[in-house]
Design a protein. Structure first.
Length: 218
């Protein structure tokens, strides 16, 4: 069994929630809140929201889209906000810009709805990340597979999705290690193509485990 040039060290992350000063009672105020809120708030309502709703296969996983549907009754706006694929962003400010672009376009095309009061306000919150190293490491693909199968949803999300913001690369911790430390570039690319937006975290982990099993059986 091939030994890696360095071990994969598993970590997990917890998030403390802080209530921000911004809130929104209509689309116009949502737009202002998006422009003024912290990066931690953008993270909380998109990346962290995905982790909180990891078990859902239907509905919207980001809080902005959910509020647009449930509190504003604007399904088209909700669909557009939910259509953003957070995996494609390496910086939260770029994600903020695209959220603002969608809301700005709605305000331009639906001026009568800009100040229409929502059924309930949107409260901006922020996530503060606390990372914790786990006493789990892997030096080979079979060790990695055994550890991966038993890690928590929080650890999987941290390594597979949130890592893009830390790495500033269109990849994830798992794929980077598979490629650089084990020389399994093809497996790394296939792993990175797993679509987290259309399935649960368990489903995504299952796909990754299946890819590893095929590699081990080859």
């Amino acid at each position: 069994m091939r030994k890696a040039s360095r071990p994969f060290q598993f970590q997990t992350a917890s998030y403390l929630t802080r209530i921000e000063n911004q809130n929104a009672h209509n689309v116009g105020e949502l737009r202002d809140g998006l422009a003024q809120s912290s990066d931690g708030s953008i993270f909380h309502h998109t990346f962290q929201s995905l982790g909180q709703h990891h078990f859902l296969t239907e509905g919207f996983s980001n809080d902005f889209a959910q509020w647009a549907l449930a509190a504003l009754n604007r399904p088209r706006l909700a669909e557009q906000l939910a259509g953003i694929d957070i995996r494609s962003y390496l910086a939260l400010n770029d994600l903020r810009s695209d959220l603002l672009r969608i809301v700005d376009e709605f305000c331009r095309t639906h001026p009568d709805d800009v100040n229409r009061t929502a059924f309930e306000p949107f409260y901006f919150c922020a996530s503060i990340e606390v990372t914790v190293p786990l006493e789990l490491e892997a030096w080979s693909l079979d060790e990695f597979r055994a550890r991966l199968e038993n890690i928590s949803h929080a650890s999987f999300l941290f390594h597979f999705v949130v890592s893009r913001l830390r790495l500033r690369l269109q990849t994830n911790d798992f794929s980077l290690w598979l490629d650089e430390a084990l020389g399994l570039g093809s497996l790394a690319r296939r792993a990175n193509q797993i679509d987290i937006s259309t399935q649960t975290l368990d489903g995504a982990k299952g796909q990754l485990l299946a890819l590893i099993d095929r590699e081990l059986a080859a």
